[in-house]
Design a protein. Sequence first.
Length: 278
Amino acid sequence: MKTIRTIIVDDESLALDLLRAYLSRYPQVEIIAECQNGRQAIAKANELQPDLMFLDIQMPELTGFDVIKNIQADIMPLVVFVTAYDHYALEAFDVYAVDYLLKPLDQDLLERALSRCQSRLVVNGASNKSEIIEALHKISDGNTGVSSSNLHKASSVQSAELSAPQEWKKIIIKDRDAINLINQENIDWVDAAGDYMCIHTGGQTHIMRSTLKSLLDQLNPQLFQRVHRSTIVNLTRIQKIIPCAKGEYFLELDNNERIKVSRNFKNPIQKLIAKHAN
């Protein structure tokens, strides 16, 4: 297994200690530097060229977004944002972050983030720096209408249902100045980042503001099941079910994404196994 050379960045010493302790459980993660401000993070990233950076957003002087803009273009690591504030979620995914973790950290969600990083490193060997920088410039120039100060207002997303006889209704997502109508069958899986839902469809991620329960109420229960307190999966996308310890499972989807099933939500998956075993 390839070692993931990692830098962790947070202005709070306790937060660094906790993140280090969590990551120490994963032998594939090698922490090569710890930084307590944005300037240190930029210097260490440019010097050490890590594979991955766990990056706090709200820090004195330079924010996590400022850090990304100042790292050399050809050595941009994968980025997982770690923050106590859920209102940065839309902006974080606008700059193509691998994941967005809320404090206090959840071990399962951290494991999911690492799995995503490993998948991207295998497929791409590097992050999408050009996309990240382009998105950041758009944010800075105001072209997206999103900024840290007005993010809640700009990203306030309404979900609704369209009249569609004899089929489950589409999910409507307001995305910047456009409105996306998402067919439910095109949704691969959904994960929550605070009050924001990340709806994954064919390699794209759409962000909507909603609770997981509210979104689940709109989805066809024959297609979608909640498999974790923060995750919904389209059952038709499951290619492999992998049992693991303590009655939990991993689901491997047809896009190679791995989703963890927690013990509290394992019943639908066990029913699916029983159905196909008969």
